[in-house]
Design a binder for this molecule. Sequence first.
Ligand SMILES: Nc1ncnc2c1ncn2[C@@H]1O[C@H](COP(=O)(O)OP(=O)(O)OP(=O)(O)O)[C@@H](O)[C@H]1O
Ligand SMILES: [Mg+2]
Length: 562
Amino acid sequence: MSKNSSVKFILSFMRKNGGNTFIFLAYWISVFFVASQNFFFNYYVAKGLQTSVDGMMQKDFSSFLGGFILVLRSFGILIIVMGIFSYINDYVVKKITSIIKEYFFKKVLRLKPFFDEKYTSGKIMTLYNSDIEKVESIYSNQILNLLMAIVGALGGAVIIFKLNKYIFIYIITIGIFNLILNYIFIKKMKVNSRNIQNTISKQTEHISNFLSGSYIIKAFNNENFFIKIFKNTTKKYFDFSKKRAKYDAGISFVNNASEYFEFAGLLIISGFFSLKGAISIGSVLLCVQLGRPIIDLFKALSSYFSNIQSILASTERISNILNLNDEEINEKEFFENNTKNFQETPYAIEFDNVSFSYNKDKYIFKDLSFKVKSGSKTLLVGNSGIGKSTILKILLKYHTNYSGNIFVFGKSLKDYDVHELRKLFSYVPQNSFLFNDSIFENIHYGNINKSSDEIIKVSKKVRSHEFIEKLPNKYETTLTNNGNTLSGGQKQRLAIARALLKDAPIFIFDEPTSSLNEKLKDKINSVIKNTMQNKTFFLISHEFNSEDYDEVITLDFNKVKI
Ligand SMILES: Nc1ncnc2c1ncn2[C@@H]1O[C@H](COP(=O)(O)OP(=O)(O)OP(=O)(O)O)[C@@H](O)[C@H]1O
Ligand SMILES: [Mg+2]
């Protein structure tokens, strides 16, 4: 997505994806009012000063007083009106930004699991933490500041132009000079700000990586090595930031110096015209007061370009994520879990000449065909790395770029909506994941419509109730870091409980009991078997008793080069 279209896309959130015409209008009306406040305040101060000072010079007391009254009265009205519009603007900006954040979160959830390398969790976190903030600033600052500068400058320009063309030309010349100076710096800052952003993203990625693997780092005494890696990125960050500081100081020096000359020049020129009698002394003050916003616009334009560069880069990154393809989800309501219907179809799963590869250099399997009878207990075996877990991931449509045909209950996988399809499976992945949440919720995620009694029931089935009850907060015990306060076997049992709670027509379990001892394994296997009456059970396991199964599918093929 190009930068321009990404800005359009971000601005479209006012009207679409949660926004509406009311928000759109409220934003633009309030932004316009808030943006014009500086001009109005300035204008009335200038007008008041002009009237009062000229009144003073002409010893006209009522005009002298009139200037003050003008300022007081207009300030009173402005303070109230602007207060209301500032509130509306703030409110709408917060609303729009929460719409964008929600949309971002929903989008991340709707992407296929296992994003490509471009979107590691560290990168997504940086996008969420820092890029979204910049995108928000389009609404909260950028548009407003630019409009404010434009309104202030235009208003001032019209008034000064009418008053004296030479003063007007002087101000514009100084403004353009400022713009050119600032632009020279800003061009250099563009590359610099991209580099800073990239190093921040790298740092977040490192921290997230180190945190998840800290126990491995410690086990291998690799702390110093990882500190060195992190130091490299902080050094890069520091180097880029040093450059940034130089540019910032340069810009600030140029702006401060030119401000001094501008002010002095403005005073001299308007003073000159006042001495010649072309304008009044009050008008000199008016020129000084209203001339500044014009020069400020030119300055703002260049810093606006600088900000906008890094904001555009963020906008582009965010828009690219927000525009990634969703999994195919129809929002239609799916049919109910009616196991009876399913059992009438002879095969729950059929692979018909299926070929699949992850990265286009070699097939994981080629022309693979097998059938799993409805209601049967089928075991899938094969050497490590042969593609067993991959088969389950394809069945769940985590990967869709296979060739050949796959049917679930007689219907092609391609014709299933992902929700409709996943409703049919109770899945225990090989490495299950536990959320940073209570044990109760971790099981509950299996089927959020089930009651707490049912959660306790499945926990008892998988022999977990006992150990959960011994924990200080029982079912309310919060798990952290993928349940690292539990044993491997306890974690597996919670994963099985979660899948049993879902109670879908097909159970696909990927080595669900590999961490359990023999006794527990037997117990849980018999529980699984009892629970599986009328269900299709498709299990991957290295240790098994083939007599317990209706069918055993053995994968045995060499990977074929494409
Ligand atoms: N996301 C992925 N991208 C690229 N290659 C992958 C990906 N996931 C798995 N693979 C590769 O695909 C092959 C099959 O992996 P899979 O996990 O299906 O094996 P498996 O039969 O389940 O092995 P195990 O018994 O060890 O669990 C492996 O060579 C693995 O390296
Ligand atoms: Mg596996």
